[in-house]
Every structure is written in C-alpha cells, then in structure tokens.
Design a protein around this ligand. Structure first.
Ligand code: SF4
Ligand code: SF4
Length: 465
C-alpha cells in the first residue's frame, strides 16, 4: 500500500488583531473560579498567563456560540453580544462566517465545528447551489478514512493516456507524456500585489513545498530568496517574456503562460521555445468568460496540456454571468463531446473559499483547484466586497515570522485535506482523480428545482394566458 499523505498540523495562534463574531464581556462580579475555562471545549476562556489567579479576556475567534459558559457561570458574570465590525466583513459571497472558519482552521488545522449546529440556508448561488451525494456515509468502514482505509487525494497535472497501444511483439508504442503528481488537488494562486510582504511570499512558497504542492507567482515577483524553492513554484509570464525568464524556466517543473489570441495562433512555436529551455510542463491561464469553452477546445487542439480557468474572486466570469462551477461543467462536457478530455488537465480558480468548494469543483469537471484569498485570510487579512474589492492586511504582518505564517497555511490545508477525506469517504470514492466530472454523485439545486417545479409553473402560466 502506498505511504499515506500526511499534513503536519500544529496549533499556531497569530498575534494580530482579528475581528471575532461575538463578544463576551466578563463583569465585575467574576470570582475567577475558572469554571468557564473548564466548560468551554473550544478554549475561548483561559487563565491569564501573567497571573494565573485571574481569567484572561475571552479569545473570541475560538468561540463557537454554544452558550455553555454563559449558562454555567455561577455568578452570571458573562454577557454575550454580536461584534458589529464582524458583520461588515466580506460581502454577499465572502460571508463573515467564512473568515471565522478560515482563521480557526489556520490556527489548529482541525475541521471546524459549529457549537449551535448549522443554521444557514441549504442553497444559494455558486457552489452553495450544489450538494454532494453522501449516501455511503453509513458504510461500516467509513470510520477508517483517517486510519487503515486508504483514500488518495493525489491528482496529476498534464496530458493523460486514455488507453495504451502495443505493437505485434507486445512492445509499448504509445507515447508516455510527462505528468506531475500533486498530493492534494489544490495549488496556490498568488496575484501580483504590493500587499504581499517578503515574509508572506516566502511563507506561501515554503508552505507549498511542505505540502508537496505548487504556488503560482508572477515571474517578476519571484525573489532570489524564493528561487531556492523553484521545484514548488510555477512562474507565470507572458509568452513574450520566455527569453527573459530562462533561469526560472530551467529550474521549474511547471510554468504558466498568460493567454492571448497570439498565443493560440503560435502555440506550437511557443511550446518549442520552452522545450528548448527545459522539460517543464506548460499551463495556459485564461479568464473565465462567455465562450471560453470554444477557446479551450482550440487550445487543446493546438497542443496545450494544462489549462487554468480563472474566475474573479467571487467565482464569477470575468466577462459573463456564469459561476465558475457552471464554466467548469461547460468546459468539461465540451471536451468530452470533442473526445479530448484526457488530453488536458483543468485547474479552476476564483471563489474557492471553503474546503467543500474543492470536491465540488472537481465534481463539475476540474482536475484541481487554485486558491489565493483564503491564504491571505489565514494570515489575518480582511476582505471587503463593498463598495469595491478591498483587502486589508493586518497591522504588523511584515513582522510575523515566516515559520508561523507557513504553519498557518499548512494548517488550513490540513483542515481542508481532512474535509476532502470525509467527503470522499462519505461518497465512497477512493481517489480524488475519480471525482472529476462525476456529476452523477452531485445534486444541483437548479436542476431539481426545474424538474420539480418547472412543469407545475409552466402549466399555471399557460392556464393564466
Ligand atoms: S465562570 Fe464566571 S465567575 Fe467563574 S471565572 Fe468564569 S466568568 Fe468568572
Ligand atoms: S459560548 Fe461556548 S464556545 Fe463560546 S466561549 Fe462560551 S463556552 Fe466557549
């Protein structure tokens, strides 16, 4: 049996100001009995490190809203309310609770729980309008997913063979393509930004290395310090700058090129120029937009082996009105129709902000996903959608040691990996690569809504005419 993929998680608090959902105030009548420290299983209440006779201010990022401390305080000294700044975080897509969940996962690497159960809606736009089929959840071996049972979250980047050909003497004649294994279907997608201090960039790269994954960085952002980790960096560049990036290409296993009409016309020549430098795989990164599936078919015919479809930070097409989940489905089905699905790997990014979005993107047809914003949130960034996208990095971020920032990113991925194992175990799927395009194992709200109520309302509408 292959060695299990393991992510080394460690409790890693961040010494910056976060905005918790609730505030609990401790009244003057507190007698420092310590009962709240015992009843809070999420460790929001602790004794003061300076003076253990006293209780420290509650660590509200850890609070899961179970009310137990309020109910069990013998003096009724605790009062709980909502933190108004918390509700202003994010917006319609990046809901405030997503920040809390990412902060908590980055801190302890564990699957988040809700002390008061799930009270949210059961459908919504984007990935919220999709559910996974967990019908295998009652299987007796389900509890083995973190133990003896082997579930592989590994995926491959590159062109795959859908069959092997042999000559009359039994010798293999099929050309075996170069592929790169990624142990979990997530790579990091780091935009060019002056918000990213050198410690944050180094943390992202070294976290990608620790996870055996990759971080996509614009080539101009890759400092000499970061170049020691080129085996885990995917330099992103324009086709015109290939010559200027020879050293990076020589040491990278995978590179990424920005899509342009000219690239489509000259892809064979561009691919040759990369091959003259190294055997690195080439990703073409294209914005999610109306008709992108037609362009991707043309790119595949031109010999592109990996495509990265990038939606905006809320998972919407950059030009168009579809969510990334619908774009991935359209591209996947179109490639199947053209009988070329295995000739290309699909990376999908944009709006992937929760662990559940990863298997959902795969079920829609992606081979793997790319994330950026959750990594910044793990490091304490605030994101606001209104009136326009704004990212605020925490004060003092440049002083956070690389090791702490790296561990928080590793923890976040550890929590997402555990959730992927849970989802796959409950679905009875043993390999992440088999999730790709398995829409028969997913339920789409739009489809059941149409099937259930569509005919009924159609009848009513025709009766009203
Ligand atoms: S349980 Fe109440 S009285 Fe006891 S330490 Fe906590 S807040 Fe104070
Ligand atoms: S409400 Fe529950 S989770 Fe929050 S601090 Fe009190 S005991 Fe802990």
């Amino acid at each position: 049996m292959p060695k299990k993929y393991h992510i080394d998680i460690k409790p890693t608090p961040l010494n910056v100001k976060l905005i918790p959902k609730f505030k609990i105030t401790r009244g003057e009548n507190c007698i420092n009995c310590g009962k709240c420290t015992k009843v809070c299983i999420y460790e929001a209440h602790k004794r003061s490190e300076q003076d253990i006779r006293k209780i420290a201010d509650p660590y509200m990022v850890a609070c899961r809203n179970c009310f137990r401390c309020i109910q069990e305080c013998p003096r009724g000294a605790l009062a709980k309310g909502l933190e108004p700044d918390f509700q202003a975080l994010g917006g319609a897509y990046w809901k405030p609770d997503m920040f809390l969940s990412i902060w908590k996962q980055a801190e302890d690497g564990k699957v988040p729980v809700s002390g008061a159960g799930y009270r949210g809606p059961f459908t919504g736009p984007g990935f919220d309008g999709m559910w996974t089929d967990m019908s295998e959840i009652v299987r007796p071996t389900r509890d083995g997913i973190h133990g003896r049972e082997y579930i592989s979250t590994a995926v491959e980047l590159g062109r795959k063979l859908n069959h092997l050909e042999f000559d009359g003497s039994g010798a293999l004649v099929s050309k075996i393509f170069n592929v790169v294994d990624v142990p979990l279907p997530i790579v990091f997608d780091i935009p060019a930004s002056d918000l990213l201090t050198s410690n944050v960039k180094n943390a992202m790269v070294t976290a990608a290395e620790a996870l055996g994954s990759f971080a996509i960085f614009p080539s101009a952002e890759i400092s000499p310090d970061m170049q020691r980790h080129m085996q885990h960096i995917i330099p992103l560049m324009t086709p015109d700058s290939i010559g200027a990036n020879t050293a990076l290409i020589q040491s990278a296993r995978v590179i990424a090129l920005e899509y342009s009409g000219a690239l489509l016309e000259n892809f064979a020549a561009v691919r040759r120029s990369v091959r003259n430098i190294s055997s690195a795989l080439v990703i073409v990164r294209i914005n999610a937009a109306t008709g992108v599936e037609d362009t991707i078919v043309q790119l595949t015919k031109a010999g592109v082996e990996i495509i990265h479809i990038a939606a905006d930070y809320c998972g919407m097409e950059v030009q168009g009105e579809r969510y990334i989940k619908d774009v991935i489905r359209a591209v996947h089905l179109r490639l199947i129709d053209e009988r070329m699905r295995d000739e290309i790997s699909i990376i999908a990014s944009g709006g992937i902000g929760m662990a559940e979005h990863v298997p959902k993107a795969l079920l829609c047809g992606a081979d793997l996903t790319a994330i950026g914003l959750p990594l910044l949130i793990a490091l304490g960034a605030f994101v606001y959608q209104q009136p326009a996208r704004k990212i605020v990095m925490p004060e003092g971020i440049e002083k956070i040691p690389v090791g702490i920032a790296r561990q928080r990113i590793v923890n976040l991925m550890g929590a997402w990996h555990s959730q992927l194992l849970e989802v796959m175990g409950a679905m009875g799927i043993r390999e992440a690569r088999r999730l790709r395009g398995e829409t028969g194992r997913a339920i789409f709200f739009d489809e059941i809504d149409r099937e259930t109520f569509g005919k009924l309302f159609q009848k009513q509408e025709s009766a009203n005419v």
